[in-house]
Unconditional design. Structure first.
Length: 287
């Protein structure tokens, strides 16, 4: 039996670094993050964090140096290793997108037959076209993919897009998305078998933060006679908690609501007789 501490590989630079460190801290882990240290022992939990490049996370988990990793779904699929994606983490969202010069009228994958496509995701790009029986030449670039058509290196590109502004600046337009990506928690299969319980505890803690972020804790006071109409408005997790107040005939209503609903909910609750309405963030939520 392997007695070493569970190891989680996480990005030490790039777009996913800060959001990942924030997630781990909000989940309750206490650790120092220095530029130099590759491996850091978490102070309050039996867990080692390995700080490595975003792409290297997949390799370290695949070769079992780490049991778990946090990286992009795109990077994970691109590496094409036999790994388990355990949990979407809700940040680092982007789309791997087929894009072409805006002054051409490419509209569908078939329009790219015989063309050259530049990408830093050659495995996913080749699979996308091969699945459709379309022959293309794929050129792998490590960065600045979006300038490839301008340089004459390729006719079109497959690249990660979040706002689309980089495409526009380079005279490109999106043709179609190939993959929706976000940061994920992944594990290797031997670790899933040998350390199932420990891994499940990490997943529960991380998921509690992700789940909490999309919810708000809603509190309000209202005359008891308005209770039914107020409860009818609140799309809560389960039935709201109703607590009598010291003031006769007045109750407090507590509920967990979707963060997306808060904007529309507040004026409706006020109109229905709610007052002293409070909306609080939820640090962690385990349904
Ligand atoms: P890094 O190379 O370390 O900055 O991380 C790149 C990863 O961040 C990608 O593989 C994606 O998973 C994620 N990401 C999120 N949004 C974008 C974006 N607009 N462009 C590139 N990568 C993004």
């Amino acid at each position: 039996m392997d007695e070493r501490v569970l190891r989680l590989a996480v990005p030490n630079k790039g777009r996913l670094r800060d959001s990942t460190a924030r997630l781990l801290r909000e989940a309750g882990l206490i650790f120092e993050q220095t530029e130099r240290a590759l491996s850091v022992r978490v102070r309050n939990v039996a867990l080692d964090l390995l700080f490595v490049r975003t792409e290297d996370v997949v390799e370290l988990v695949a070769d079992e140096t780490a049991d778990l990793g946090i990286t992009g779904l795109d990077v994970t699929y691109e590496a094409d290793r036999s790994l388990e994606v355990l949990l979407p983490l809700g940040y680092g969202r982007c789309e791997l997108t087929l894009a072409a010069p805006a002054d051409h009228d490419y509209e569908k994958p078939e329009d790219f037959a015989g063309l050259t496509i530049a990408t830093s995701h050659p495995t996913l790009t080749k699979a996308f076209f091969a699945d459709r029986g379309i022959e293309v030449t794929v050129v792998q670039l490590r960065g600045s993919v979006e300038v490839a058509p301008k340089l004459g290196v390729a006719d079109a590109i497959v690249d990660l897009v979040s706002t689309g502004s980089t495409l526009m600046v380079n005279g490109l337009k999106p043709v179609m998305p190939i993959l929706s990506s976000e940061a994920i928690l992944l594990a290797n299969k031997p670790a899933m078998e040998l350390r199932a319980k420990e891994i499940s505890r990490v997943a529960t803690a991380l998921n509690s933060v992700v789940a909490g972020r999309s919810k708000r804790y809603l509190l309000l006071n209202a005359p008891k006679s308005f209770l039914d109409s107020i409860i009818a408005i609140i799309p809560g997790l389960e039935s709201p908690t109703v607590i009598p107040l010291a003031e006769e005939g007045v109750v407090a209503v507590h509920s967990v609501v979707s963060a997306d609903d808060v904007w529309g909910l507040l004026p409706d609750l006020k109109e229905a007789g709610g007052r002293d309405i409070l909306v609080l963030p939820i640090g962690q939520l385990v349904p």
